[in-house]
Design a protein around this ligand. Structure first.
Ligand SMILES: C[S@@+](CC[C@H](N)C(=O)[O-])C[C@H]1O[C@@H](n2cnc3c(N)ncnc32)[C@H](O)[C@@H]1O
Length: 343
Protein backbone atom coordinates (compact mmCIF):
# COMPACT_ATOMS: atom_id res chain seq x y z
CA UNK A 1 0.00 0.00 0.00
CA UNK A 2 1.05 3.58 -0.61
CA UNK A 3 1.07 5.81 2.48
CA UNK A 4 1.36 9.61 2.67
CA UNK A 5 2.48 11.34 5.88
CA UNK A 6 1.31 14.95 6.12
CA UNK A 7 4.27 16.49 7.91
CA UNK A 8 4.38 19.50 10.20
CA UNK A 9 5.83 22.65 8.64
CA UNK A 10 7.60 23.58 11.90
CA UNK A 11 10.90 22.24 10.57
CA UNK A 12 12.20 21.51 7.10
CA UNK A 13 13.91 18.14 7.69
CA UNK A 14 13.15 16.73 11.18
CA UNK A 15 9.55 15.55 10.50
CA UNK A 16 10.63 13.35 7.57
CA UNK A 17 13.53 11.88 9.57
CA UNK A 18 11.20 11.17 12.47
CA UNK A 19 8.85 9.12 10.28
CA UNK A 20 11.74 7.24 8.65
CA UNK A 21 13.31 6.53 12.08
CA UNK A 22 10.00 5.20 13.42
CA UNK A 23 9.41 3.02 10.35
CA UNK A 24 12.97 1.65 10.53
CA UNK A 25 12.45 0.73 14.19
CA UNK A 26 9.56 -1.59 13.23
CA UNK A 27 11.81 -3.72 11.03
CA UNK A 28 9.08 -3.84 8.34
CA UNK A 29 10.59 -3.21 4.90
CA UNK A 30 9.38 -0.05 3.15
CA UNK A 31 10.40 2.08 0.20
CA UNK A 32 10.48 5.88 0.09
CA UNK A 33 8.57 6.99 -3.01
CA UNK A 34 8.72 10.79 -2.76
CA UNK A 35 9.56 13.63 -0.44
CA UNK A 36 7.49 16.71 -1.24
CA UNK A 37 7.00 19.92 0.71
CA UNK A 38 5.44 18.72 4.01
CA UNK A 39 4.54 15.30 2.61
CA UNK A 40 6.45 12.00 2.63
CA UNK A 41 5.16 9.09 0.53
CA UNK A 42 6.23 5.50 1.13
CA UNK A 43 5.30 2.04 -0.15
CA UNK A 44 4.82 -0.64 2.53
CA UNK A 45 2.93 -3.97 2.72
CA UNK A 46 1.02 -3.08 5.88
CA UNK A 47 0.93 0.10 7.96
CA UNK A 48 2.70 -0.49 11.31
CA UNK A 49 1.18 1.08 14.46
CA UNK A 50 3.50 4.09 14.70
CA UNK A 51 0.90 6.91 14.65
CA UNK A 52 0.79 7.23 18.45
CA UNK A 53 4.58 7.68 18.58
CA UNK A 54 4.91 10.52 16.07
CA UNK A 55 5.22 14.18 17.08
CA UNK A 56 5.87 16.08 13.84
CA UNK A 57 3.19 14.50 11.60
CA UNK A 58 -0.39 15.77 11.34
CA UNK A 59 -2.16 13.03 9.37
CA UNK A 60 -1.44 9.64 7.79
CA UNK A 61 -3.28 8.73 4.57
CA UNK A 62 -3.65 5.67 2.42
CA UNK A 63 -3.02 7.10 -1.04
CA UNK A 64 -5.84 6.38 -3.51
CA UNK A 65 -4.37 8.28 -6.42
CA UNK A 66 -2.12 11.23 -7.31
CA UNK A 67 -2.10 13.65 -10.22
CA UNK A 68 0.24 16.27 -11.59
CA UNK A 69 -0.75 19.91 -10.98
CA UNK A 70 1.15 23.16 -11.41
CA UNK A 71 0.94 26.57 -9.71
CA UNK A 72 1.85 28.08 -13.10
CA UNK A 73 -1.28 26.69 -14.78
CA UNK A 74 -4.64 28.41 -14.44
CA UNK A 75 -6.70 27.01 -11.59
CA UNK A 76 -9.43 25.64 -13.89
CA UNK A 77 -6.97 23.35 -15.67
CA UNK A 78 -5.63 22.05 -12.36
CA UNK A 79 -9.18 21.55 -11.13
CA UNK A 80 -10.08 19.55 -14.24
CA UNK A 81 -7.14 17.23 -13.58
CA UNK A 82 -8.09 16.78 -9.93
CA UNK A 83 -11.73 16.18 -10.84
CA UNK A 84 -10.77 13.58 -13.46
CA UNK A 85 -8.57 11.79 -10.92
CA UNK A 86 -11.27 11.63 -8.23
CA UNK A 87 -13.97 10.63 -10.75
CA UNK A 88 -11.88 7.70 -12.01
CA UNK A 89 -10.59 6.49 -8.65
CA UNK A 90 -11.59 3.32 -6.94
CA UNK A 91 -13.28 4.54 -3.74
CA UNK A 92 -13.11 2.39 -0.61
CA UNK A 93 -16.80 3.01 0.17
CA UNK A 94 -19.80 0.70 0.16
CA UNK A 95 -23.30 2.15 -0.51
CA UNK A 96 -24.08 2.34 3.20
CA UNK A 97 -21.03 4.42 4.06
CA UNK A 98 -20.80 8.15 4.61
CA UNK A 99 -17.89 10.45 3.82
CA UNK A 100 -16.52 13.96 3.98
CA UNK A 101 -13.66 15.65 2.13
CA UNK A 102 -10.92 17.73 3.73
CA UNK A 103 -8.32 19.61 1.70
CA UNK A 104 -4.91 21.04 2.50
CA UNK A 105 -2.97 23.34 0.21
CA UNK A 106 0.65 23.62 1.18
CA UNK A 107 1.78 26.67 -0.81
CA UNK A 108 1.56 28.62 -4.06
CA UNK A 109 -2.02 27.75 -5.08
CA UNK A 110 -4.92 30.16 -5.04
CA UNK A 111 -7.81 27.76 -4.27
CA UNK A 112 -9.94 28.13 -1.20
CA UNK A 113 -9.78 24.80 0.65
CA UNK A 114 -13.54 25.04 1.36
CA UNK A 115 -14.28 25.35 -2.39
CA UNK A 116 -12.06 22.39 -3.16
CA UNK A 117 -13.74 20.32 -0.44
CA UNK A 118 -17.20 21.23 -1.72
CA UNK A 119 -16.39 20.56 -5.40
CA UNK A 120 -14.69 17.24 -4.79
CA UNK A 121 -17.39 16.26 -2.28
CA UNK A 122 -19.98 16.89 -5.02
CA UNK A 123 -18.19 14.48 -7.39
CA UNK A 124 -18.11 11.71 -4.79
CA UNK A 125 -21.74 12.43 -3.88
CA UNK A 126 -22.77 12.02 -7.53
CA UNK A 127 -21.26 8.56 -7.43
CA UNK A 128 -23.99 7.61 -4.96
CA UNK A 129 -22.33 8.14 -1.59
CA UNK A 130 -23.76 10.10 1.34
CA UNK A 131 -22.16 13.13 2.97
CA UNK A 132 -21.74 13.37 6.73
CA UNK A 133 -19.61 16.28 7.88
CA UNK A 134 -19.98 15.53 11.61
CA UNK A 135 -19.25 11.84 11.89
CA UNK A 136 -18.32 10.31 8.52
CA UNK A 137 -17.29 6.68 8.08
CA UNK A 138 -14.51 7.76 5.74
CA UNK A 139 -12.59 11.04 5.54
CA UNK A 140 -11.03 11.71 2.15
CA UNK A 141 -8.14 14.16 2.04
CA UNK A 142 -6.74 16.11 -0.86
CA UNK A 143 -3.27 17.51 -0.36
CA UNK A 144 -1.80 19.86 -2.93
CA UNK A 145 1.95 20.28 -2.58
CA UNK A 146 4.56 21.25 -5.16
CA UNK A 147 3.46 19.73 -8.47
CA UNK A 148 1.29 16.96 -6.98
CA UNK A 149 -2.26 16.56 -5.77
CA UNK A 150 -2.57 13.55 -3.46
CA UNK A 151 -6.00 12.01 -2.94
CA UNK A 152 -6.19 9.67 0.01
CA UNK A 153 -8.23 8.10 2.77
CA UNK A 154 -7.43 9.29 6.29
CA UNK A 155 -5.99 6.50 8.43
CA UNK A 156 -4.86 8.46 11.52
CA UNK A 157 -4.69 12.01 12.83
CA UNK A 158 -1.95 12.61 15.36
CA UNK A 159 -2.90 14.07 18.74
CA UNK A 160 -0.33 16.85 18.98
CA UNK A 161 -2.04 18.52 21.96
CA UNK A 162 -0.54 15.92 24.30
CA UNK A 163 2.88 17.53 23.73
CA UNK A 164 1.53 20.94 24.80
CA UNK A 165 0.31 19.43 28.06
CA UNK A 166 3.84 18.18 28.86
CA UNK A 167 5.67 21.48 28.27
CA UNK A 168 8.63 21.77 30.70
CA UNK A 169 7.07 24.35 33.04
CA UNK A 170 3.96 22.17 33.48
CA UNK A 171 6.01 19.28 34.87
CA UNK A 172 6.37 18.85 38.66
CA UNK A 173 10.14 19.48 38.39
CA UNK A 174 11.16 22.29 36.07
CA UNK A 175 14.52 23.80 35.23
CA UNK A 176 15.15 26.27 32.38
CA UNK A 177 16.78 24.95 29.22
CA UNK A 178 14.75 21.78 28.73
CA UNK A 179 13.72 20.78 25.19
CA UNK A 180 10.08 21.03 24.21
CA UNK A 181 8.41 17.59 24.40
CA UNK A 182 7.56 17.52 20.67
CA UNK A 183 11.24 17.99 19.82
CA UNK A 184 12.29 15.46 22.48
CA UNK A 185 9.84 12.87 21.10
CA UNK A 186 11.01 13.53 17.54
CA UNK A 187 14.68 12.91 18.35
CA UNK A 188 13.81 9.76 20.31
CA UNK A 189 11.99 8.50 17.20
CA UNK A 190 14.87 9.52 14.93
CA UNK A 191 17.15 7.22 16.95
CA UNK A 192 15.05 4.25 15.68
CA UNK A 193 14.87 2.85 19.24
CA UNK A 194 12.24 0.12 19.69
CA UNK A 195 9.83 -0.37 22.58
CA UNK A 196 11.54 -2.62 25.15
CA UNK A 197 15.04 -1.49 24.17
CA UNK A 198 17.31 0.54 26.48
CA UNK A 199 17.84 4.25 25.79
CA UNK A 200 20.46 6.26 27.68
CA UNK A 201 20.44 10.03 28.21
CA UNK A 202 23.77 10.78 29.95
CA UNK A 203 22.89 14.51 30.44
CA UNK A 204 19.28 13.95 31.47
CA UNK A 205 18.55 17.29 33.25
CA UNK A 206 14.82 17.28 34.08
CA UNK A 207 14.25 14.06 32.11
CA UNK A 208 12.40 15.56 29.13
CA UNK A 209 13.91 13.16 26.57
CA UNK A 210 13.54 10.10 28.81
CA UNK A 211 9.89 10.87 29.55
CA UNK A 212 9.07 10.95 25.82
CA UNK A 213 10.99 7.70 25.32
CA UNK A 214 9.33 6.05 28.34
CA UNK A 215 5.85 6.96 27.11
CA UNK A 216 6.52 4.96 23.93
CA UNK A 217 7.48 1.84 25.91
CA UNK A 218 11.25 2.29 25.72
CA UNK A 219 13.32 1.42 28.83
CA UNK A 220 15.02 4.54 30.17
CA UNK A 221 18.39 5.08 31.78
CA UNK A 222 19.24 8.62 32.85
CA UNK A 223 22.40 10.19 34.22
CA UNK A 224 23.21 13.68 35.44
CA UNK A 225 26.11 15.03 37.40
CA UNK A 226 23.80 17.11 39.63
CA UNK A 227 21.91 15.32 42.38
CA UNK A 228 19.03 17.82 42.22
CA UNK A 229 18.50 16.99 38.50
CA UNK A 230 18.40 13.26 39.12
CA UNK A 231 15.99 13.74 42.02
CA UNK A 232 13.87 16.08 39.87
CA UNK A 233 13.78 13.58 37.01
CA UNK A 234 12.68 10.89 39.49
CA UNK A 235 9.80 13.18 40.54
CA UNK A 236 8.85 13.71 36.89
CA UNK A 237 9.08 9.96 36.19
CA UNK A 238 6.68 9.29 39.05
CA UNK A 239 4.23 11.88 37.70
CA UNK A 240 4.16 10.22 34.25
CA UNK A 241 4.38 6.68 35.66
CA UNK A 242 7.72 5.94 34.02
CA UNK A 243 9.88 3.28 35.59
CA UNK A 244 13.42 3.99 34.42
CA UNK A 245 16.76 3.88 36.20
CA UNK A 246 18.58 7.08 37.21
CA UNK A 247 22.21 7.56 38.19
CA UNK A 248 24.14 10.52 39.59
CA UNK A 249 27.30 10.46 37.51
CA UNK A 250 29.70 12.01 35.04
CA UNK A 251 28.98 11.50 31.33
CA UNK A 252 32.75 11.51 30.73
CA UNK A 253 33.01 8.34 32.77
CA UNK A 254 29.82 6.32 32.29
CA UNK A 255 29.84 3.31 34.60
CA UNK A 256 28.29 0.92 32.08
CA UNK A 257 29.74 -2.04 30.21
CA UNK A 258 30.89 -1.69 26.59
CA UNK A 259 28.10 -2.14 23.98
CA UNK A 260 25.34 -2.29 26.60
CA UNK A 261 22.73 0.27 25.43
CA UNK A 262 20.50 0.27 22.32
CA UNK A 263 20.20 4.03 21.77
CA UNK A 264 21.53 7.32 23.13
CA UNK A 265 19.55 10.53 22.85
CA UNK A 266 20.87 13.57 24.65
CA UNK A 267 20.95 17.35 24.82
CA UNK A 268 24.46 18.20 25.93
CA UNK A 269 25.30 21.34 27.97
CA UNK A 270 25.99 24.43 25.88
CA UNK A 271 27.88 26.19 28.64
CA UNK A 272 25.82 29.37 28.50
CA UNK A 273 22.97 28.73 30.83
CA UNK A 274 23.67 25.14 31.86
CA UNK A 275 26.34 24.10 34.26
CA UNK A 276 28.86 21.59 32.97
CA UNK A 277 31.32 19.44 34.83
CA UNK A 278 34.57 19.18 32.86
CA UNK A 279 37.81 21.11 32.35
CA UNK A 280 36.37 22.83 29.28
CA UNK A 281 33.39 22.40 26.98
CA UNK A 282 35.68 20.87 24.32
CA UNK A 283 36.96 18.38 26.90
CA UNK A 284 33.39 17.52 27.91
CA UNK A 285 32.34 16.93 24.29
CA UNK A 286 35.30 14.73 23.37
CA UNK A 287 35.26 12.62 26.54
CA UNK A 288 31.48 12.20 26.71
CA UNK A 289 31.13 11.29 23.02
CA UNK A 290 33.92 8.74 23.43
CA UNK A 291 32.05 7.20 26.36
CA UNK A 292 28.75 7.22 24.46
CA UNK A 293 30.42 5.38 21.59
CA UNK A 294 31.88 2.82 23.99
CA UNK A 295 28.59 1.96 25.75
CA UNK A 296 26.43 1.92 22.59
CA UNK A 297 25.92 -1.36 20.72
CA UNK A 298 27.51 -1.47 17.25
CA UNK A 299 25.10 -0.51 14.47
CA UNK A 300 22.92 1.50 16.89
CA UNK A 301 22.28 5.26 16.86
CA UNK A 302 23.10 8.24 19.03
CA UNK A 303 21.17 11.49 18.49
CA UNK A 304 22.96 14.49 19.95
CA UNK A 305 21.67 18.02 20.37
CA UNK A 306 24.32 20.70 20.77
CA UNK A 307 25.03 24.32 20.04
CA UNK A 308 28.06 23.65 17.85
CA UNK A 309 28.45 21.04 15.08
CA UNK A 310 29.69 17.81 16.70
CA UNK A 311 30.16 15.67 13.58
CA UNK A 312 33.97 15.87 13.51
CA UNK A 313 34.29 14.86 17.19
CA UNK A 314 31.79 12.05 16.58
CA UNK A 315 33.79 10.68 13.65
CA UNK A 316 37.04 10.91 15.69
CA UNK A 317 35.68 8.76 18.51
CA UNK A 318 34.27 5.97 16.30
CA UNK A 319 30.86 7.11 15.05
CA UNK A 320 29.76 7.68 11.46
CA UNK A 321 27.61 10.77 10.87
CA UNK A 322 24.26 9.86 9.25
CA UNK A 323 22.38 13.18 9.30
CA UNK A 324 22.83 16.78 10.51
CA UNK A 325 19.86 19.07 11.14
CA UNK A 326 19.81 22.65 12.35
CA UNK A 327 17.04 24.30 14.32
CA UNK A 328 17.00 28.04 14.94
CA UNK A 329 15.62 28.63 18.42
CA UNK A 330 16.21 32.40 18.59
CA UNK A 331 18.68 35.03 17.37
CA UNK A 332 21.60 33.73 19.41
CA UNK A 333 20.76 30.01 19.60
CA UNK A 334 20.78 27.52 16.75
CA UNK A 335 20.60 23.89 17.76
CA UNK A 336 22.57 21.26 15.86
CA UNK A 337 20.99 17.83 15.89
CA UNK A 338 23.21 15.05 14.60
CA UNK A 339 22.46 11.40 14.09
CA UNK A 340 25.43 9.12 14.56
CA UNK A 341 25.76 5.38 14.09
CA UNK A 342 28.34 3.30 15.97
CA UNK A 343 30.51 1.61 13.39
C1 LIG B 1 21.09 20.95 28.49
S1 LIG B 1 20.83 20.21 30.07
C2 LIG B 1 19.81 18.86 29.68
C3 LIG B 1 18.36 19.27 29.62
C4 LIG B 1 17.46 18.08 29.46
N1 LIG B 1 17.38 17.62 28.10
C5 LIG B 1 16.08 18.36 30.02
O1 LIG B 1 15.08 17.91 29.44
O2 LIG B 1 15.98 19.00 31.08
C6 LIG B 1 22.35 19.48 30.40
C7 LIG B 1 22.48 18.73 31.72
O3 LIG B 1 23.79 18.16 31.75
C8 LIG B 1 24.21 18.08 33.10
N2 LIG B 1 25.69 17.92 33.12
C9 LIG B 1 26.66 18.86 32.97
N3 LIG B 1 27.88 18.29 32.98
C10 LIG B 1 27.68 16.95 33.12
C11 LIG B 1 28.53 15.82 33.15
N4 LIG B 1 29.86 15.93 33.07
N5 LIG B 1 27.96 14.60 33.27
C12 LIG B 1 26.61 14.44 33.38
N6 LIG B 1 25.75 15.49 33.35
C13 LIG B 1 26.28 16.72 33.22
C14 LIG B 1 23.71 19.36 33.73
O4 LIG B 1 23.57 19.19 35.13
C15 LIG B 1 22.37 19.56 32.98
O5 LIG B 1 21.31 19.05 33.76
Amino acid sequence: MRIAFELSGEHQTLPRSEVLGCLTSTGIPFKEIATLDQVLIIEIDEMPPIAKRLAMTHHILEVIDMCQVSPQRDSNTNMELITAMVSASDLPLGNEKTFCVRAKIIKNYTYETSTLERDIGAIIYKRGYRVNLENPDVVFRLVITGDKCIFGRLLFSIDRHQYESRRPHLKPFFYPGALLPGVARTIVNISSVRPGELLLDPFCGTGGILIEAGLTGVNCLGMDVQRKMVQGTATNFQHYDIGGELIIGDACNIGLADSSVDAIVTDIPYGRSTLYMAQSLQDLYVKSLKEMCRVLKPGKNAVIVSQIPMGAIGEDVGFKVLECHQQRVHKSLTRHIIILIKR
